[in-house]
Design a binder for this molecule. Sequence first.
Ligand code: SAM
Length: 272
Amino acid sequence: MSCSSEFLPRDYIGSVHNKKIKLIRTLNRKKTRQESGLFIAEGTSIVTMGISCDWIPQFILMSARTKKISRIRTELIRWARTHRVVCLQLSESVFEKIATRENPQDLLAVFVQRWCRPPQIITQSWIVLENVRDPGNLGTIIRTVDATGIGGIILVGSCCDPYTREAVRASMGSIFHVPLVRMERTAFLQWCRRWPGDVIGTHLSAREDFRQRYNAPVLLLMGSEGSGLSPNMVGACAQLVRIPMVEHIDSLNLAIAAALMIYELRREVLFF
Ligand code: SAM
């Protein structure tokens, strides 16, 4: 058995039949994530970021592959002991079974998901994503929202899960900073009537250029990768704008378009 001096033998898992290992494997399914309200964050820096934002993991798992334990990891183990968070070491072969195949990390933690209510007192701009499908896009948008300091994200309709491993990884830890709200389209359309600033939609057939002076706070609506904004969502917008492209291109990637739009509406704060 390979076991670092930071761990006691009882902290070691060498079998895939362990209860926690079985749970981790089921958390790859959306249904289990929804039912349990849990999710997996991978990598020392993402897990540490979660802890520094006051998210307490349910438990932490590390691979025994890492022979030399870094200072940050030793601190994490000590933190876990002080906060009574179970911290376990896994045999390399067991860890491989639960790690992501591409670019695997050798540490992961399980956290409880957080969902917010729609904001009641509105002071900041927010972005609304309708039926976003790609977790990589969603994670990237979460990271951009965090970087630009807008209020948060409202997920409308049947969006992909921001708590998939892929979205969490693409967010680079911003998942722990950015408020997330989910709403049915009808409820959202009713709620957004009370929005105090500009409600702006992004649309490929819009005539207006996206470089404008918007009235903050802005509610920015972006559509899905496949079909864009639905007609009802378009109807809720006071204005539709378009990001210019050369002729032979149909559209930009959603996360890129979102970044351009958010930077435009935060221009005065971020660039001056
Ligand atoms: N086939 C879809 C359509 O017809 O709308 C393309 C959707 S596009 C990949 C996904 C979303 O990104 C759009 O709904 C819009 O919000 C935004 N988007 C992409 N390119 C854009 C552009 N040039 N101008 C404005 N919004 C854009």
